[in-house]
Design a protein. Structure first.
Length: 65
């Protein structure tokens, strides 16, 4: 991974990551204090994450309205 990130192409790709997904995950982890997934198993964990994201989006809509 270090070798990939040290290349010019790797730095360019990694640079695009910050503005796309990182802020949403950081807001969920920091502002809503959701640090771990409680459910066990891939399907259950995916369902919990989708619920967390849905409530995150609903809160954004509520605050704007």
């Amino acid at each position: 991974m270090i070798a990939k990130l040290d290349s010019p192409r790797g730095r360019k790709i990694y640079k695009k990551r910050a503005p796309s997904i990182e802020p949403v995950v950081a807001q969920i982890k920091h502002n809503r204090r959701i640090r771990t997934i409680s459910r066990r198993g891939l399907t259950a964990a995916e369902g919990e994450w989708k619920l967390i994201c849905a409530t995150h989006n609903l809160l954004k809509i509520y605050r704007l309205a």
